[in-house]
Each structure stands twice: as structure tokens, then as C-alpha cells.
Design a protein around this ligand. Structure first.
Ligand SMILES: [Zn+2]
Length: 170
């Protein structure tokens, strides 16, 4: 008997819909549960890394298993978050491994279609991971993304000015 929990019904259904619309075949899916604390969260295919996880957050990976590629999600207790992670990995399946602009454009296309009630959550979750995620969110018209980019640019300008001032005093 496998100790893995069953793949929830929504995941293959979502993969089938999303992949049909994107013109590609759906991937195989594996499901696991995230461990409650101290999970070694150095992820390559996942959404974010956290030293300590309270059990809410999920992570995922587009794995290679033999010649196949399989999406695996380690699900936390927040289903909205599990969906976000699943869609992130689905975007890798569709648009490639690299966190390149084309990947993020695909990810936000999927978030807008299938996670539209939680775009603010998606932005908060993806923003700390890669600035490219915010740029793509801004291109996709996600509310708050353009302002987040402006604030980051302003913060960078302030820190550059700060460094110049420090050099000037030396
Ligand atoms: Zn990724």
C-alpha cells in the first residue's frame, strides 16, 4: 500500500482543461503531503522556499521519472495554495523549466483563468520568489503588480543614493 494521499479530483480535471486550451497533453500527477515543520525547502521546481513551514504551504516540482515527466505536489492544508503550486508546475510543463519571461506569462495566464479569485494571493506568494514573476503579473494586468514594481524600483533608487552618500562621506 502506498502512503501517498490520493491525487485530489480537481487536479487532473484542471490539468486536462488547462492543457487542452494550451494545446498540449496533460502530465501525470503525483501527490504528497508537506511535512509540518523544518521541511528542507531548497526547491528547484517549487514556488518558494521557506526554512520553516507551518503546514499551510505547498510546494511542487516537475520531476523526471525515467523518460517521463511528472508533476508532484506536496500539498499543505490550504487548497488555494496547493492549486497555485499545481498551476505553477503546470506552467513549467507547458512553457519549459526556466523561470523565463515566457514561463511567467504562461503562469499568469493560468492563474488568471483558474485562480482568478485569488490573484492577490498569487502575487504575494510569487513576488518574493522572482522579480520576473512581478513583471509578468504586471504585463498580465494583475492588480497591484505595477505598483509593486514601482515600489521596488523606488527602494532600489533610495538604496543606491544611500550608498553614494556613504561613499561621498568617506
Ligand atoms: Zn518554478
Amino acid at each position: 500500500m502506498s502512503r501517498l494521499p490520493p491525487v485530489p479530483d480537481w487536479a487532473p480535471a484542471l490539468a486536462a482543461r488547462a492543457c487542452a486550451r494550451e494545446g498540449t497533453a496533460p502530465p501525470e500527477i503525483l501527490w504528497g503531503r508537506v511535512r509540518r515543520r523544518g521541511h528542507p525547502m531548497r526547491l528547484q521546481g517549487g514556488v518558494a522556499s521557506y526554512a520553516v513551514n507551518d503546514g499551510h504551504l505547498s510546494h511542487g516540482q516537475l520531476q523526471r521519472a525515467g523518460g517521463r515527466r511528472v508533476i508532484k505536489v506536496w500539498a499543505g492544508v490550504d487548497e488555494r495554495d496547493a492549486r497555485l503550486v499545481f498551476l505553477h508546475e503546470l506552467a513549467h510543463w507547458i512553457a519549459g523549466d526556466a523561470h523565463a519571461p515566457a514561463f511567467w506569462d504562461c503562469a499568469w495566464r493560468l492563474y488568471r483563468r483558474y485562480l482568478s479569485a485569488h490573484l492577490d494571493f498569487a502575487l504575494a506568494r510569487e513576488a518574493p520568489y522572482r522579480v520576473e514573476a512581478i513583471k509578468a503579473a504586471s504585463r498580465a494586468g494583475v492588480p497591484g503588480a505595477a505598483r509593486m514594481l514601482e515600489e521596488r524600483a523606488a527602494a532600489r533608487t533610495r538604496s543606491r543614493r544611500g550608498r553614494r552618500a556613504a561613499v561621498g562621506r568617506a
